[in-house]
Ligand binder design. Structure first.
Ligand SMILES: Cc1cc2nc3c(=O)[nH]c(=O)nc-3n(C[C@H](O)[C@H](O)[C@H](O)COP(=O)(O)OP(=O)(O)OC[C@H]3O[C@@H](n4cnc5c(N)ncnc54)[C@H](O)[C@@H]3O)c2cc1C
Length: 301
C-alpha cells in the first residue's frame, strides 16, 4: 500500500482530534475510522464515515422513539429474525462511506453494484500515479480447465517469470508514454482526458463509495464468495473485517443466513426429503439436470 507521508499525516490528525457526539457510536467502528487497510500491492480500503450500529437496526425495526434497545439478546434475536425473513429495510438505516484504492479492472466489476453512491478520482483533471497491480507469484494463476470464468494452479518457473516481466514492462512503457504525452516541457501537452487512454487496466484508481448496510451485504455476499475473482474478493474480505466490528450482531446473522447459507430449488428440497425417507436418489431419478445434481451434491457433501 502506498500512502504518502502527507496522506498519513492527515489520517493521524483526524484520529487525534475526537469530538463528542449525541449520535449512535459503534466502538468497533471507531477503531477503524480513517485508517487504511492494505489490499493487493498498492490498494486500500478505509472508512471515512458511518451512520448507525446494531441498535439502530432494531430502533428502525421497532420504529422506536429512544434507543429502542430492550436487551442485548432481544436485539440480536430481532436482527437474526429480520435477516432470516428478508425484512431488509431496517438494515438500510445503517450506512458506510469508504475510500477505496483499486485497480481499474477491479473497479469495473465493483461499479456494477448500482445501489451505492460513487465519486471517482478524475483522470481528466488530475494526473494518475505510476501505480500498477502486479500479482504476487501465488496469485499468478493459470486458466481453469473446468471453468471458463475461473483460474487453476499458479503458474511456475519460466512461464511465471515471463508473464510478470511482460506485466511490468507493459505498465512501465505505457506510463512513460502517458507522462511524455501530457508533459508541457517544450510542447503543448496532450489533454489528460485523452492521454489516459493508453493506460492498462491494472493501473490504480480511487473512489469514495457510500452504501447502506443492506446493499453492502448484497455486495459482500457476491464478492466475498469463493466464485468471485480473487482481486475483488480480497477487498470484500477487508470490508467484512470492518463490518464484523461495526455491527457484530448483523454481521453474524449475515454470515449464518447469507454468506454460509445455500439456496435450494423446489426439486432439490424434494430430493433431500426423498433421501431422508430412505429412498435411493440418483442423478438419473432426481428430476434435475446433471449440473444441478452436481451442485446439490456439492452442497450436501
Ligand atoms: C461471480 C460473478 C460473475 C459475474 N459475471 C458477469 C458477466 O460475465 N458479465 C456481466 O455483465 N456481469 C457479470 N457479473 C455482474 C452481475 O451480473 C451483477 O451486475 C453484479 O453482481 C451486481 O449485482 P446486482 O445488480 O444485484 O447489484 P446492484 O446493482 O447493487 O443491485 C442490487 C439489487 O437492486 C435491484 N436493482 C438495481 N438496479 C436495478 C435495475 N436497474 N433494474 C432492476 N433491478 C435493479 C436488483 O434487485 C439488484 O439485485 C458477475 C457477478 C458475479 C458475482
Amino acid at each position: 500500500m502506498t500512502l504518502t507521508p502527507e496522506a498519513q499525516a492527515e489520517i493521524d490528525e483526524l484520529r487525534a482530534t475526537p469530538r463528542p457526539t449525541l449520535r449512535a457510536v459503534s466502538e468497533g467502528m471507531e477503531a477503524h475510522l480513517y485508517k487504511a487497510r492494505p489490499v493487493l500491492d498498492h490498494g486500500f480500503v478505509r472508512v471515512i464515515d458511518y451512520m448507525g450500529d446494531d441498535s439502530a437496526i432494531c430502533q428502525a425495526a421497532r420504529v422506536s422513539y429512544g434507543k429502542g434497545t430492550k436487551s442485548v439478546s432481544n436485539d440480536e434475536g430481532l436482527i437474526r429474525y429480520l435477516m432470516r425473513h428478508w425484512h431488509s429495510t431496517p438494515f438500510e438505516m445503517c450506512e458506510v462511506k469508504l475510500h477505496v484504492k483499486l485497480p481499474v479492472f477491479v473497479a469495473r466489476q465493483w461499479i456494477r453494484h448500482r445501489t451505492a453512491n460513487v465519486n471517482e478520482y478524475s483522470a481528466r483533471y488530475s494526473i494518475l500515479d505510476r501505480e500498477f497491480y502486479i500479482p504476487a507469484p501465488e496469485a499468478l494463476a493459470a486458466q481453469s480447465v473446468v471453468n471458463n470464468q475461473g483460474r487453476g494452479e499458479a503458474l511456475t518457473g519460466e512461464e511465471a517469470a515471463r508473464v510478470l516481466d511482460w506485466l511490468k514492462q507493459d505498465s512501465t512503457r505505457a506510463y512513460d508514454h502517458y507522462a511524455e504525452m501530457i508533459s508541457q516541457d517544450g510542447q503543448q501537452g496532450l489533454a489528460r482526458e485523452l492521454a489516459r487512454m493508453n493506460l492498462p487496466a491494472n493501473i490504480y484508481t480511487q473512489w469514495y463509495w457510500k452504501v447502506d448496510l443492506h446493499n453492502l451485504f448484497h455486495f459482500l455476499r457476491l464478492r466475498a464468495d469463493a466464485h468471485a475473482q480473487y482481486e475483488i474478493r480480497v477487498y470484500a474480505d477487508a470490508i467484512c473485517d470492518v463490518v464484523k466490528d461495526w455491527v457484530p450482531f448483523a454481521y453474524r446473522a449475515f454470515e449464518d443466513y447469507r454468506l454460509g447459507a445455500v439456496t435450494m430449488s423446489a426439486q432439490m428440497v424434494d430430493c433431500v426429503r426423498r433421501m431422508l425417507a430412505g429412498e435411493s436418489v440418483t442423478e438419473e431419478n432426481c428430476g434435475m439436470s446433471k449440473r444441478e445434481w452436481r451442485e446439490m451434491m456439492g452442497v450436501l457433501g
